[in-house]
Write a protein that binds this ligand. Structure first.
Ligand code: NAP
Length: 276
C-alpha cells in the first residue's frame, strides 16, 4: 500500500471563493485523516494537462466547478451514467489503473438534503422546478431517479426548459415563465434552481397563492441561507429546506472515495461553513 499522503482539491477559475477546502479540511481533521484538500485555479486551456499530471503528484481525486464541469466529461476516461445524463461532472477520481473517472453527486446532494431535513415523500405528487440551468439538470435527473412521475418546469428563457424536456422526456412539462406560479397547484416538491434570491440578485417573487401547505419547498440558493422565497413558503405552512445541505451532502461521496471515510453531515459541519 502507498505511503503517500493523499491529496485532493477543487478545480475552477476563479476558485478563491470556494468553501470546499473548509469543508474537506474540517472532515480531514475530524476523522484524523492524513491528507490535504486545496484550491486549484486552472485555466480552461490547461485543464487536460493538469488533470493528467495530478496523479503523479499524489492527487487521488478532485472536485470540479465553474467553468470546467462540462469540459471535463470529454477528458475523462470513464463517465458515470448520471454525469452523462446531467451533462456535467463535479467529482473526479484518479483510479490506480491510471483512468480518470468522472461522476456527478449534485443530484445525490439535492435528494439527501431533502431526505435529511424534511419529512419528504418524493412520490407524494408532482414537482415544480423553477429554472433550467446546470443545477436544474441535476435536480431533474435526481427527481426522476427517486420516482417522481410529473415534473413541471419553468424558466425565463423558455428554450432552455424545452431543451430539458426534449432530453428528459414526457414526465417533464414546460410552463411559461409569466405563469410559473400555476405550477404550484397540487405540487408536493417545489424547487428554486434559479440564482434569483442570491445576495446581489433580485428576489425570486413567484406568486404562492396555489402553493399547498403540504408541499416541501427548497431553494438551491444558500447565500442568504433563508431566502425570501423560503420564508414566504414557511409562512404558508410548508416545510422548507435551505440549499446549504445540498452543498454539504454532494461533498460526502467524494471524500469517502478519496480518503476512505464516509463523513457525517451534521450540525457541526454546517456551522463550520456558516462561520466562514
Ligand atoms: P446557471 O446554469 O447559470 O442557471 C441560472 C438559472 O437562473 C437559469 O435558469 C436562469 O434563467 C435563471 N436566472 C438567472 N437570472 C434570472 C433572472 N433575473 N430572472 C429569471 N431567471 C433568472 O446556474 P446554476 O449552476 O444552475 O445555479 C443556479 C443557482 O443554484 C445558483 O444560485 C447556484 O449558486 C445554486 N446552486 C446551489 C447548489 C447547492 O449545492 N446548494 C448547487 C448548484 C447550484 P435563464 O436561462 O433565463 O438565464
Amino acid at each position: 500500500m502507498s505511503t503517500k499522503i493523499p491529496l485532493a482539491g477543487v478545480i475552477g477559475s476563479p476558485i478563491g471563493h470556494s468553501k470546499s477546502p473548509d469543508l474537506h479540511g474540517f472532515w480531514l481533521k475530524r476523522y484524523g485523516v492524513k491528507g490535504h484538500y486545496i484550491h486549484l485555479d486552472v485555466a480552461q486551456s490547461d485543464l487536460e494537462e493538469v488533470l493528467r499530471s495530478m496523479p503523479k503528484m499524489g492527487f487521488v481525486g478532485a472536485n470540479v466547478t465553474i467553468p470546467h464541469k462540462e469540459t471535463v466529461l470529454s477528458i475523462a476516461d470513464v463517465v458515470t451514467d448520471r454525469a452523462a445524463l446531467i451533462g456535467a461532472a463535479n467529482t473526479l477520481i484518479f483510479r490506480p489503473d491510471g483512468k480518470l473517472y468522472a461522476d456527478n453527486t449534485d443530484g445525490y446532494g439535492f435528494v439527501e438534503n431533502l431526505r435529511s431535513n424534511a419529512d419528504w415523500t418524493p412520490t407524494a405528487g408532482p414537482a415544480a422546478v423553477f429554472g433550467a440551468g446546470g443545477a436544474a439538470r441535476a435536480v431533474i435527473a435526481s427527481l426522476l431517479d427517486v420516482g417522481v412521475t410529473e415534473i413541471r418546469l419553468s424558466n425565463r428563457t423558455r428554450i432552455r426548459a424545452d431543451a430539458l424536456r426534449a432530453e428528459f422526456g414526457t414526465k417533464i412539462s414546460v410552463v411559461e415563465w409569466v405563469q410559473a406560479g400555476s405550477m404550484l397547484e397540487g405540487a408536493m416538491t417545489v424547487v428554486n434552481t434559479t440564482s434569483l434570491g442570491m445576495v446581489g440578485k433580485p428576489e425570486f417573487n413567484v406568486p404562492l397563492e396555489a402553493l399547498s401547505p403540504k408541499a416541501v419547498v427548497t431553494d438551491l440558493v444558500y447565500t442568504p441561507l433563508r431566502t425570501a422565497f423560503l420564508e414566504n413558503a414557511a409562512r404558508n405552512g410548508c416545510q422548507t429546506v435551505d440549499g446549504l445541505g445540498m452543498l454539504l451532502h454532494q461533498a460526502a461521496p467524494g471524500f469517502e472515495r478519496w480518503f476512505g471515510v464516509r463523513p457525517e453531515v451534521d450540525e457541526e459541519t454546517r456551522q463550520v461553513l456558516l462561520a466562514k
